[in-house]
Design a binder for this molecule. Structure first.
Ligand SMILES: N[C@@H](CCC(=O)N[C@@H](CS)C(=O)NCC(=O)O)C(=O)O
Length: 203
């Protein structure tokens, strides 16, 4: 089993942090995104979407989509449960994970892909206006998430879940678009400090 990895990029990092929280160690194969290795024939044969991460299983088959890879490991090794246990907790984690991916991370990604000069070649056609439209959406989500954290330690409740990891990599990805979590978002800053202090943050 091997994980085709992309270094600091958010979705590859999400998978590595998830594995670290599970205490699972597997070999990593670096994929050179800057050299567009993921657009070559060999990589495309593993993942038609040409994106990292990709998990190669022992039978030679491949899995992509970071959340699907995380789910695979949750099934293989249920402890600690990062997708929750029981109907209510599982659904709450899913709810938050979707909110964070669809309304927060994708807005950050739009700003990055459409306004960052380093993404011009990869994106082909950047629409800076679309990027700028997404900045206030990012700020609105930060404010909402700060309010929601007032009464609990983690995104979905009393214990760490995959939704915390999804948000951790998204918040860290604010740096290249030059957005900081505002000073007055004390709950979110507390949570982010705690996530950053976990050993898994170095994965
Ligand atoms: N939905 C996919 C998204 C994967 C994705 O966008 N990966 C990025 C790095 S975070 C990538 O490979 N980008 C290369 C590109 O867009 O050319 C997942 O969760 O795995």
């Amino acid at each position: 089993m091997r994980l085709f990895d992309g270094g600091r990029v958010p979705n590859a990092r999400r998978t590595r942090i998830f594995l670290a929280e599970k205490g699972i160690s597997i070999p990593l194969v670096p994929v050179d995104l800057a050299a567009f290795e993921h657009r070559g024939a060999a990589f495309t044969a593993m993942n038609a979407m040409q994106r990292v991460p990709v998990l190669e299983l022992d039978d030679g088959s491949y899995l992509s989509e970071s959340i699907a890879i995380c789910r695979y490991f949750e099934e293989v090794q249920p402890e600690p449960p990062l997708f929750g246990t029981g109907a209510r907790e599982r659904a709450t984690i899913e709810m938050w994970n979707r909110r964070i991916e669809l309304d927060f991370y994708l807005a950050i990604q739009a700003v990055f892909r459409h306004t960052h000069p380093g993404m011009a070649k990869s994106e082909g056609h950047q629409v800076p206006e679309w990027g700028e439209i997404n900045r206030p959406r990012v700020m609105a989500m930060l404010a909402m998430m700060d309010r929601e954290l007032a009464d609990r330690p983690f995104v979905a409740g009393e214990r760490l879940s995959v939704a915390d990891i999804t948000r951790q990599v998204a918040v860290d990805f604010l740096k290249p678009i030059r957005i900081a979590v505002p000073e007055d978002h004390a709950h979110l800053r507390r949570w982010h400090g705690e996530m950053s202090a976990r050993p898994s943050a170095l994965a």
